[in-house]
Design a binder for this molecule. Structure first.
Ligand code: KIV
Ligand code: NA
Length: 277
């Protein structure tokens, strides 16, 4: 199968063919997501929470993102890999923002970058697009702004904030983003935004009437993810499977049942008998 492109993603929107996106942070997660047919793999800065154990995405660095993006792109042959720009890596000069976006592609081999924010990002989006860097937008609940938003809450609930979200979406599309993540907004507003845009809108906690969905890998498969927001659906509880497997291993080690005869190497008789004369 040919690698997925931004043009394919836009074509899916216009063919009303939903886009399936999932986060991935390392080689095995990317490999399994790709084998499962995901269209887009997002190396999300959510890795700070689900993989690195921080309690927000704020501590994630450019080095973290490059490191994990490299692992994901080694596994992804067909899926389109997008990498998140981490907190504060795109709020200095335009040059610094473009440089950091470029690193995720040049060193991490991502095919695009994602950034959180609204109209204030338009100049940077334009600069990146001029440089050949496809940009995915992300508005609504933007976790890097959690302390400004006062928690992980649904956005766009009143007329003023709903209107602001529509405006942000349109300004970002005008600036050149190829797709937009819309996080934690009422489904009616998400439907309206997606119908007004020409580019795919990928929702998380934004209802079914958008052009695609994204979920965090560990939330979807139930892999030691603690929180379960309303918008998450758990398709498995692999954490339970993993814990049981490790429990069995620990018990068998302690009971000297592992390793068994089938796991063992043997020396030639004379090697051992001649070892010490
Ligand atoms: O970091 C992340 O996982 C994300 C998605 C939830 C969109 O930004
Ligand atoms: Na993110």
């Amino acid at each position: 199968l040919a690698p997925i492109t931004t043009a394919d993603l836009r074509a899916k929107k216009h063919a009303s063919e939903p886009i399936a996106m999932i986060t991935a942070y390392d080689f095995p997660s990317a490999k399994l997501a790709e084998e499962a047919g995901a269209d887009i793999l997002l190396v999300g800065d959510s890795l700070g929470m689900v993989v690195l154990g921080y309690d927000s995405t704020l501590p994630v660095t450019m080095e973290d993102m490059v490191h994990h993006t490299k692992a994901v792109t080694r596994a992804a042959k067909r899926a389109f890999v997008v990498a998140d720009l981490p907190f504060l890596s795109y709020h200095g000069t335009l040059e610094e923002g473009v440089k950091n976006a470029g690193r995720l592609m040049q060193e991490g081999f991502a095919k695009a970058v994602k950034m959180e924010g609204g109209v204030e990002l338009a100049p940077l989006v334009k600069k990146c697009v001029q440089a050949g860097i496809p940009v995915m937008g992300h508005i609504g609940l933007t976790p890097q702004a959690v302390h400004q938003l006062g928690g992980y809450k649904v956005q766009g609930k009143d007329v003023e904030s709903a209107r602001r979200l529509v405006e942000e979406a349109e300004v970002l599309q005008e600036a050149g983003i190829f797709a937009l993540v819309l996080e934690c907004v009422p489904e009616e507003l998400a439907a309206l935004i997606s119908s007004r845009l020409d580019i795919p809108v990928i929702g998380i906690g934004a209802g079914p009437s958008v052009d695609g969905q994204v979920l965090v890998y560990h939330d979807l498969v139930g892999y030691a993810s603690q929180l379960k927001p309303k918008f998450v659906k758990r398709y498995a509880e692999i954490g339970d499977t993993v814990r049981e497997a490790i429990k069995s291993y620990v018990a068998e080690v302690k009971e000297r049942q592992f390793p068994g005869p089938e796991h063992v190497f043997h020396a030639k008789e004379e090697v051992i008998s001649r070892l010490y004369g």
